[in-house]
Design a protein around this ligand. Structure first.
Ligand code: 5GP
Ligand code: ZN
Length: 137
């Protein structure tokens, strides 16, 4: 896709700091990291969101995500690692080429991933049933 920045990175038309590459998967450093070493893992094929990704490509991306997480831990001695993945603008997705963030975390680095809020009485069961009805179809 000409208009996709990550497809341009795959093609080499836009430079990137590569960490890993094979026939199906590429990993490179995020240009605007939460912490130094913040990496992205992408399938070379263009899929907009997780809902679109071919299962075989998804498996390959998952294996490379683990490899990168281990490399960050061993190379940067990070205290923790977040694996995050945004889909659609409402969830903060800016680049519409499926990608996984692998973020090295350090005690006291100040990045807050989310704050949970408890269910109201009965609401957990209600949402569970809604989701199960779709999964069981
Ligand atoms: P999203 O919000 O879509 O999950 O994250 C997209 C990420 O891509 C952002 O963290 C952003 O910093 C990164 N990014 C955007 N453009 C480029 C680029 O040209 N090169 C690299 N290496 N990262 C980019
Ligand atoms: Zn793309």
């Amino acid at each position: 896709m000409e208009s996709c920045i990550f497809c341009q990175i795959v093609k080499g038309a836009i430079p990137s700091a590569k960490l890993y590459e094979d026939d199906a998967v590429l990993s490179f450093l995020d240009i605007n990291p939460i912490n130094p070493g913040h990496a992205l893992v992408i399938p070379k094929n263009h899929y907009p969101t997780i809902l679109d990704v071919d299962d075989e490509d998804l498996k390959k991306v998952a294996v490379v995500t683990k490899l990168i997480a281990k490399a960050l831990r061993d190379a940067l001695f990070c205290d923790g690692i977040n694996v995050l993945q945004n889909n659609f603008e409402a969830a903060g997705q800016l680049i519409h080429h499926f990608h996984i963030h692998v973020i090295p975390r350090f005690e006291g680095d100040g990045f807050k991933v989310w704050s949970g809020k408890p269910y109201k009485e009965g609401a957990m069961k209600e949402v569970q049933e809604k989701i199960l009805a779709v999964i069981k179809k």
